[in-house]
Design a binder for this molecule. Sequence first.
Ligand code: 3AM
Length: 176
Amino acid sequence: MSESKQLFFALSLPDEIQQQIISWRAASFADGAGRPVAAANLHLTLAFLGEVSPEKQRALSAMAGRIRQPGFTLTLDDAGQWLRSRVVWLGTRQPPRGLLQLANMLRAQAARSGCYQSPRPFHPHITLLRDAASAVAIPPPGFRWSVPVSGFSLYQSHFARGRTRYVQLEHWSLTE
Ligand code: 3AM
């Protein structure tokens, strides 16, 4: 019998911006402020799906493949910390309509497929540090990163030998 996988829909970042973010993080936060997310794992979650069976994965993929909307530009110009979930994040002061539309669609499709969705509103963010237990000083982002978004992906979260690794399973382009 095939096994369920832990899945989520997310946006990835161009390599160049990934590297710039890593440099900014290294310069901005003291060692010990939190556990840095590996460069390759930086992402913006659109919809968390939890444990998904192969059948449900096929249904979710088919629905994702029917989404028609144009790409958009995401401006990363904000940073902050959530003490409750102990994360330090990078985000945007003004989420583009396209981002909200895409996340809302994927979240609605997930809910319809029986994946639990938090009733809390979508807060687009890229987690930079985990386990940030105490308040850390958040410097303003050194510059604005403009991220062209032309597609989104389905990822599997793997936890092995003490490490989390995200594996891209599928990718869809945003076109009208
Ligand atoms: O995008 P971030 O890094 O904030 O925290 C997990 C990560 O979020 C989140 O899904 C993303 C990819 O793993 N996540 C993990 N378990 C979750 C849950 N039970 C969850 N989000 C909501 N509910």
